[in-house]
Design a protein around this ligand. Structure first.
Ligand code: NAP
Ligand code: GCO
Length: 266
């Protein structure tokens, strides 16, 4: 069943979705440094090309595919291509995600569905595409990028919270259904990470002062700061390696302590 002190990903094939930049890029880069062959996808050619340039500049030989992860036919086609061109996928990271910050009663049902489609339906579609070959190969690691919103709610993010809460349960269900096939499916629940997705929450105000949400998050985080995408990489390598073979259906929160904390006293 493996070496439980082995954190190496030597010779493994890892697919990270939506990994041209941000959290996915940081995780894929860490996997490459740990010995894995990296494959990523993004929805637009322009972003795949940008991603390829960044990996190359970092000395990483990554392969990029254009794929909308909500489109099952495109995903099935991409997975077949990866199997032929690179090898069977040992590690899948369902990272691609979107958020719409709209008060619930102003949100259209279509907008709600779009978020559920990318953040919940797509991880199902991609996992479903890779699991059969993982079963044949005798092992597999699936890591779903969850959120603080897998546990907590807040104003304006109803669709995102519903999707990320659902993703937590999809994680547990994949563990339940395929654990006997030596597939481990876990989640990472990042806290508030400085990426383009959260840039609007950190923008300086017209008078040069900090965004009120920026101050709110620092006050709500025992670490007292936003986290960097690179801080997720150690946990992501652990969950992809043999060292975590007995960890299954778990959400590893990497949040600077947010979920443990009631917030700063006035
Ligand atoms: P990001 O900077 O917005 O990156 C998300 C990536 O997903 C982008 O490359 C995006 O491509 C891609 N993507 C979106 N829809 C796609 C689709 N249908 N098919 C393929 N790719 C698609 O986000 P991030 O902050 O790095 O977040 C990555 C993941 O972590 C997301 O699941 C997010 O919900 C989660 N997360 C983020 C934070 C945070 O604080 N930043 C915290 C917890 C969880 P385009 O640019 O082409 O749209
Ligand atoms: C928001 C944020 C969050 C984070 C993250 C927290 O608007 O509250 O975008 O949802 O991105 O998922 O873990």
């Amino acid at each position: 069943m493996g070496d439980y002190l082995n954190f190496s990903l030597e010779g493994k094939v890892a697919l990270v979705t939506g990994a041209s930049y941000g959290i996915g890029y940081a995780i894929a880069s860490a996997y490459a440094k740990s010995g894995a062959k990296i494959v990523f996808c993004d929805i637009k050619q322009e972003f795949v090309d940008k991603g390829l340039d960044s990996y190359k500049a970092d000395g990483i030989d990554a392969k990029g595919y254009v794929c909308d992860v909500t489109n099952e036919a495109m995903v099935q086609d991409m997975v077949k291509k990866i199997e032929n061109e690179v090898g069977v996928i040992d590690i899948l990271v369902n990272n691609a995600g979107i958020i719409k910050r709209i008060p619930m009663c102003d949100m259209t049902a279509d907008e709600f569905r779009q978020v559920i489609d990318v953040d919940l339906n797509a991880p199902f579609i991609v996992a479903k595409a890779v699991i059969p070959s993982m079963i044949k190969k005798g092992h597999g690691k699936i890591i779903n990028i969850c959120s603080m919103m897998s546990e907590l709610g807040r104003e304006t993010v109803s669709a995102y919270a519903a999707a990320k809460g659902g993703l937590k349960m999809l994680t547990r269900n994949i563990c339940s259904e395929y654990g006997a096939d030596n597939i481990q499916c876990n989640g990472i629940g990042p806290g508030y990470i400085a990426t383009p997705q959260t840039a609007p929450l950190r923008e300086k105000q017209a008078d040069g002062s900090r965004h009120p949400f920026d101050q709110f998050i620092c006050g709500r985080t025992p670490a007292g700061r936003w986290l960097e995408a690179e801080e997720l990489t150690g946990p992501a390598v652990f969950l992809a390696s043999d060292a975590s073979n007995a960890v299954n259906g778990h959400i590893l929160y990497v949040d600077g302590g947010i979920l443990a904390y009631i917030g700063k006293q006035p």
